[in-house]
Design a binder for this molecule. Structure first.
Ligand code: ZN
Length: 153
């Protein structure tokens, strides 16, 4: 059974008036499909709200959630969820990838500085080159690496 009249209430649960939510609850108790949809939304929101390791920016989470709610339209809902999840995953991957790349750059820079102070110029140049070729290195870190290369001449 398809129940389009309950779709919006289930999706926009927090915004729905109490009376509507009570009606939806009463209906879901008798309707497998609506119960599954409601359960799915709950899990979807929990996944977005709880997974702080993957999406640690509350603004991103809020936006993704708002986008999911705003663009709802019964038949397109499943597609929207997939797109939103894909975006959330992409954002999470970029955040993780960036912080990993930046950590590595920082370690190599400390290493290079250390090599410089010990007069290991060739090693210092090699460490600096490694930073320059790291995709996750920030502009600031790359600039630091270039300066180390100058000093290691
Ligand atoms: Zn139903």
């Amino acid at each position: 059974m398809d129940c389009p009249e309950w779709n919006d209430t289930l999706a926009l649960w927090d915004e729905a008036p109490k009376e509507k939510r009570d009606e939806a609850d009463a209906h879901a108790a008798t309707c497998d499909e609506c119960r599954r949809v409601a359960e799915g939304w709950k899990r979807f929101e929990e996944a977005l709200l709880d997974d702080e390791d993957e999406v640690d920016d509350p603004l991103v989470r809020e936006k993704v959630l708002a986008a999911a709610r705003a663009s709802l339209d019964g038949s397109r809902r499943r597609l929207v969820i997939l797109v939103v999840l894909a975006i959330a995953l992409l954002v999470a991957t970029v955040l993780v990838w960036r912080s990993t790349g930046s950590d590595a750059a920082e370690r190599r820079l400390i290493e290079a500085e250390d090599q410089l102070t010990h007069g290991d110029f060739e090693d210092a140049r090699r460490s600096a080159d490694a930073v320059l070729s790291l995709p996750g290195a920030s502009e600031l870190e790359k600039e630091h690496a270039r300066r180390i290369k100058e000093r290691a001449r």
